[in-house]
Design a binder for this molecule. Structure first.
Ligand SMILES: [Ca+2]
Ligand SMILES: [Ca+2]
Ligand SMILES: [Ca+2]
Length: 405
């Protein structure tokens, strides 16, 4: 390898690194995580009232599911979700409202895993309000009868009962998730365990502590959950459904106590009063799953500066490889939590002939920091000297190569 020129760029000295969250009921670890979405108080709606008829969902009082704030985070292997509520997250006891029936409570992140509206289902089909399209999977916790019940994954890619019956078991056995049009009604739901075994669950099932974890604050107003990427399974091509450097759309919901609503009616409650099947869904948000490209004390092999390497082989005939490195210039000001940095940079890599005429555009796209290589094929070009030039905001570099036929 020939000598390379390192160009050191002066960047702001605040590093970006992955989020470090512990599911422990202490919420200091969320202080520097930006608020993904805020939600107003007193906007809980009656889930049963929305899907039919096309009318807006009816507002009801149900402070336990009244979202105030949502945050989302990740590290190299896990997604983390946080919500703050007006009332008590997970409160479902059978008798707090004087009813014999036991209550359910859901802490839900519904995810459009491929950032694609045509796969998955529409939130409205599940009674969620406000509405949005394209949701493929959930990471979700169910509380039942006053306690944690399961933390599970859900896949919504079945369009009918027959599709569901024909495929869900086989899909799970193969560890795959389809990304296709789906419905709210037909889905598979599983608790994944650390040893890669899983159990298929439905509502109010026995207690299963799998790899999804949750912790609620002492006062009940905050909760944090974690869901490892691998529990979301893989595509039929073997790619992780959730992975770093991926954009997803996240919709956060709290939902509770359908079981209580029948009793509520018997007791003279009417819709609009407490204990009807209630839900609050915050506005969906785009989330970029960050990778640990740079941190202060690890990831030694990540570039600290832009480098355009000499092509190899050189001279070449007819193709050659050009390598380059993009350092992490992305800067987020951790003191100002509302800053959302763009962690990608547009890279332009072009080839010119000796007269400066462009002969090829090899790269023209946003790329994450990292080490890259690209092939240049000079099939239709005459022998001679060529130049390749990389340009990134605030930086450019040109190198010479020789095509020798
Ligand atoms: Ca914590
Ligand atoms: Ca709210
Ligand atoms: Ca989708």
């Amino acid at each position: 390898m020939k000598k390379v020129i390192l160009l050191i760029l002066l960047v702001q000295s605040i590093f970006y690194s992955q989020d470090s969250i512990k599911i422990d009921g202490n919420f200091d670890d969320w202080l520097n995580i930006p608020i993904a979405v805020k939600d107003s108080a007193n906007n809980v709606h009656d889930t049963d009232g929305y899907p039919e008829g096309g009318t807006p969902a009816q507002q009801i009082e149900y402070s336990d599911v009244d979202i105030l704030e949502v945050k989302f985070a990740n590290d190299d292997s896990t997604l983390y979700g946080y919500m703050k509520s007006t009332g008590i997250i997970g409160r479902t006891s059978a008798d707090s409202l004087g009813h014999a029936k036991k209550g359910r409570y859901y802490f839900i992140f519904t995810i459009d895993v491929d950032d694609n509206d045509t796969t998955g289902y529409q939130l409205r089909e599940g009674g969620y309000y406000p509405d949005s399209k394209g949701y493929d999977m959930n990471m979700e916790v169910e509380f039942y009868d006053g306690a944690f019940n399961t933390g599970h994954y859900i896949n919504h890619e079945y369009i009918s009962e027959s599709d569901f019956n024909a495929n869900w078991q086989n899909d799970l056995e193969q560890g795959i998730v389809r990304l296709a049009p789906g419905t709210y009604d037909w889905y598979s739901q599983w608790v994944m365990f650390a040893d890669s075994t899983y159990v298929v669950v439905s509502d109010k099932g026995p207690v299963y502590q799998g790899i999804i974890a949750i912790a609620v604050s002492e006062d009940g107003h905050e909760a944090e959950m974690s869901a490892p990427f691998w529990g979301f399974l893989k595509t039929s091509e073997g790619e992780n459904i959730i992975d770093v450097n991926q954009n997803i759309i996240v919709s956060a919901s709290l939902e509770a106590s359908g079981e209580l609503s029948e009793e509520a009616v018997k007791l003279g409650y009417t819709p609009g009063s407490k204990s009807v099947w209630g839900s609050n869904t915050a506005e969906p948000f785009l989330y970029h799953i960050k990778s640990s490209l740079v941190s202060i004390d690890n990831e030694k092999n990540m570039p600290e500066s832009f480098v355009l390497f000499q092509n190899y082989p050189n001279p070449f005939n007819p193709s050659t490889t050009i390598k380059y490195s993009i350092p992490n210039l992305a800067v987020t000001n951790v003191a100002s939590i509302n800053v959302v940095a763009d962690f990608t940079q547009r890279i332009i890599l072009k080839v010119y002939d000796v007269l400066g005429r462009e002969v090829s555009t090899l790269i023209n796209e946003k790329q994450q920091p990292g080490n890259y290589e690209v092939q240049f094929n000079a099939n239709n070009l005459p022998s001679g000297i060529y130049f390749y030039r990389i340009a990134i905001s605030g930086f450019s570099e040109t190198k010479r190569m020789i095509l020798l036929r």
